[in-house]
Design a protein. Structure first.
Length: 462
């Protein structure tokens, strides 16, 4: 978007080429104390002796063993041994939402106590277990030293595909902190650092999104595991058990008694089909179709299509609408605390929206607002399905009070509560009743397998 690019300037262009004053992956010439970047915590464990003759063991956070020894000697510690500190294996992938949230909270807290941005970048880089995030923080710190603003330095960071590494809302939170200085805390009513407030709001939104995703995944694990187990069980029964049982039934039942129960004949027909070449070809096509569908959902087009469809899917649709509506409201509330341009707020909110239908709505509203300067409550009138029936009244309140931040922030909390209730209700029913059809199907298989036995036993008894 031109407006977003204009807001961030040249920082949102190509990745910056910088020269670091140091690099945690550079090894010393002797190889002593060299750091394994995949496991390093950017420091060294040491054993030494202090000026009183006591043995001291500890950890020095630096990237060079010689520098670590010099610092220890200056502190009065005679170093006996020094070795690179080994931590958990670092991840070389794009950071998750929870990692961005943790970074934002720590960054806001350190800015609040007066640490310089370059020092914060280096301190937080040392603490990262994700090498992509670590390198981005070190690069951003160097860019700030070379004259870039904090928001520009972070906007210049790119992932391996060339896409922006940090979310635009994170960049906007930094930009608001730079331009505003201090802002009112809606919860406490006191004035606090804009860095602290905006970064914590960004972190809160990220954590809520991650918590909802985690709840959905954990709730789906049991039903999905049961369904997968059922599929394997049915496959074993149809391909291996049923043919053996047919031979058994044929040998035991003769003449008029050879006719099997109806449900057993259904199972036998299914087994005959699946073990035939047509059946095998059908199974292969189904598996390939499932693989292609999964791969399609991971593409941009497939993911967007699923997100749009999720808004109207029965049972789950209401939850997804509340979820995306709350995201939109939180983003607009945060942007309104430091970005005066209404057009830019909607442009950034559309850019960060996870659902293309909400992004399209925001861009339409922005376009009409720029061309006609119409009241927002009139522009959002066609969208009660996406934003809720009460949103029109919320917009009227905003237009009367001119407080988008407070009005949208409070309404976002209401919508989030509704989303959580919808999610709990849906997951309760899904967890408890989704396996009922599976149970009925398994019962049908068991009945089909054993009903000839019961029938044969009854005939023998007569």
């Amino acid at each position: 978007m031109n407006e977003v690019d204009k807001a961030y300037g040249a920082a949102a262009g190509s990745p910056a080429q910088v020269t670091r004053g140091y690099d945690p992956r550079v090894l010393d010439d002797t190889g002593v104390g060299s750091i394994d970047v995949n496991h390093s915590e950017n420091g060294f464990n040491f054993v030494g002796e202090d000026s009183l003759g006591n043995v001291v063991k500890g950890f020095v956070q630096t990237t060079d063993s010689a520098l670590a020894e010099n610092e220890l000697e200056r502190a009065g510690i005679h170093v006996q041994t020094i070795t690179p500190r080994r931590g958990i294996r670092k991840k070389n992938r794009k950071p998750t939402g929870s990692e961005f949230a943790s970074l934002a909270e720590q960054f806001g807290d350190l800015m609040e106590v007066g640490q310089s941005p370059t020092q914060i970048c280096r301190l937080l880089a040392y603490a990262q277990t994700n090498t992509v995030l670590q390198d981005a923080l070190l690069d951003a710190g160097d860019l700030v030293i070379n004259g870039r603003s904090l928001s520009e330095a972070f906007a210049a960071q790119r992932d391996h595909t060339g896409e922006p590494l940090f979310p635009i809302t994170f960049i906007c939170a930094l930009r608001i902190g730079e331009e505003v200085g201090s802002a009112a805390d809606l919860d406490s009513g006191t004035s606090k650092s804009a860095f602290l407030l905006t970064l914590h709001r960004f972190a809160e939104a990220q954590k809520k999104s991650d918590a909802i995703r985690s709840s959905i995944k954990s709730a789906m694990m049991y039903p999905v595991a049961v369904v997968v187990f059922c599929i394997f069980a049915v496959g074993i029964v149809e391909y291996f058990v049923m043919p053996k049982m047919v031979d058994l039934y044929t040998s035991l039942l003769t003449g008029d008694d050879q006719k099997l129960p109806f449900i057993t004949r259904i199972m036998i027909s299914g087994s005959d089909f699946l073990t035939s070449w047509w059946g095998i070809a059908t199974v292969i096509l189904v598996v390939l179709g499932a693989i292609m569908f999964v791969r399609w959902t991971r593409t941009r087009e497939g993911s967007d299509a699923l997100k749009v469809w999720s808004l109207r899917v029965p049972v789950f649709g209401s939850f997804f609408r509340h979820y995306y509506s709350a995201q939109t409201l939180r983003t607009l509330a945060m942007l309104s605390s430091g970005i005066p341009s209404m057009s830019e707020r909607f442009a950034v909110a559309a850019e960060t929206s996870e659902n293309p239908e909400y992004a399209s709505m925001l861009m339409h509203v922005r376009h009409r607002f720029m061309t006609e300067s119409t009241d927002l409550h009139k522009l959002f009138m066609p969208y009660p399905f996406l934003m809720g029936k009460e949103f029109n009244g919320v917009l009227l309140t905003f237009e009367q009070t001119a407080d988008m931040q407070g009005t949208f922030h409070n309404y976002a909390k209401v919508v989030e509560v509704r989303a959580e209730r919808e999610l709990q209700r849906v997951l309760f029913w899904f967890q408890n009743f989704a396996i009922v059809p599976v149970g009925l199907f398994v019962g049908f298989i068991v009945a089909a397998l054993y009903s000839p036995m019961f029938e044969l036993a009854g005939r023998i008894g007569h």
